[in-house]
Design a protein around this ligand. Structure first.
Ligand code: NAD
Ligand code: LMR
Length: 339
């Protein structure tokens, strides 16, 4: 089996370091897949990359064929088949993610150009650095040689957070919960939606057609909680973590990266949908040319938006609010970048 070329940017940072170990340990591509791992960061962080390389080597991961540490975009993205773009400034207390546009948009412009020039044409790119949706849009605009559908922004952490809270409230096992959706921006306008979600029978966590299903809205009858407290909790979860630890989430973000990439590459489990930030094709009346989180399924290493879900007026309004914010973010970023 040929080794895969995988690049992690911001690898010396708090999320990047954790993801590097997870990739090396086969958590995304499987233990039998050899990996050539490129770790990119900026010059002041180079000693941390050197330390990371030493530690990775001394874990004796059987799938890790080579490690390249670098500050050079060409070296990082040469022949790259999978890129996880984490390297960016995180927000601090009392900031919104969109306050990072000026600090981070140039990074994704440069990386988009480098990916366009040096990477494998079939590369798959996951953008994590905030504001993730708008950075993803900038990146794909600068990589016209690569299909737009090969770029995603990560809203999986929001999805995992939402699933945890729903299972907790319902006092059921999270592994029996299906089809929670994150619509929109990875921001405080995102809309965690349980209108399509259901639990399968506790005794039967492996999906099959005869599973008994019960809708979340039949289990959690407190509509005010679902339409207000729950939504706000998920919209504000990143801020709550920052206020508690002084830094933004790291381990849960790293796990969400693995979950997103695994579903993308290996396919979503049967009868399950997930949520990816992807270029809008106009589905559900969401304007084209923004990166918006939609419900998707994946097979053959491709995602596909789930169409024709019945959308209530309440949901539609929330979806539009987030689209409006993304259009504003796009305008701010494009003005800053002189597009
Ligand atoms: P961090 O500060 O610990 O690490 C960021 C790393 O990126 C640092 O090592 C830094 O040197 C590096 N870096 C900065 N500019 C770079 C560049 N031009 N090229 C390569 N590397 C560069 O931050 P973190 O906690 O790891 O978070 C990274 C980003 O991910 C932040 O923007 C954060 O807001 C975002 N984030 C997104 C999600 C999500 O769900 N989408 C979740 C958590 C964090
Ligand atoms: C998160 O959701 O935890 C990250 O996007 C970090 C942040 O700024 O909230």
């Amino acid at each position: 089996m040929k080794p895969l070329h995988v690049c992690i940017t911001g690898a010396a940072g708090q999320i990047g370091q954790i993801v590097a170990f997870k990739v090396a340990n086969g958590e995304i591509f499987g233990k039998s897949q050899l990996i050539n791992l490129a770790l990119l960061d900026i010059e002041p962080a180079f000693p941390l990359l050197e330390a990371l390389q030493m530690e990775l080597e001394e874990c004796l991961f059987s799938s890790l064929k080579s490690i390249t540490i670098t500050t050079d975009l060409k070296v990082a993205f040469e022949k790259c088949q999978y890129a996880i773009l984490i390297g960016a400034k995180p927000r601090g207390k009392n900031m919104q993610r969109k306050d990072l546009i000026e600090a981070n948009s140039k990074i994704f412009e440069e990386q988009g150009r480098a990916i366009n020039e040096y990477a494998d044409r079939r590369i798959k790119v996951l953008v994590v650095g905030n504001p993730a949706n708008t950075n993803c849009l900038i990146c794909l605009k600068n990589a016209p040689r690569i299909r737009n559908s090969n770029f995603c922004a990560m809203t999986r952490l929001d999805l995992n957070r939402a699933k945890y809270q729903i299972a907790l409230k319902a006092n059921r096992n999270v592994s029996t919960l299906r089809n929670v959706i994150i619509w929109g921006n990875h921001s405080s306008t995102q809309f965690p939606d349980v209108s399509q979600a259901y639990f399968i029978n506790e005794d039967d966590e492996i999906d099959n057609e005869n599973d008994e299903e019960i809708r979340v809205e039949e289990v959690i009858k407190d509509k005010t909680w679902i339409q207000k407290d729950f939504i706000e909790l998920i919209q504000q979860r990143g801020t709550t973590v920052i206020n508690a630890r002084g830094l933004s989430s790291a381990a849960s973000a790293a796990q969400a990266i693995c979950d997103h990439m695994r579903d993308w590459i290996q396919g979503t489990p049967s009868n399950s949908i997930t949520s990816f930030g992807v270029i809008s094709d106009g589905s559900y009346g969401i304007p084209r040319d923004i990166v918006y989180s939609f419900p998707v399924v994946c097979f053959n290493s491709e995602w596909q938006i789930i169409k024709n879900l019945k959308i209530e007026e309440f949901t539609k309004k929330k979806m539009e609010e987030s689209a409006k914010e993304l259009i504003e973010e796009k305008e701010t970023a494009f003005r800053f970048l002189n597009y």
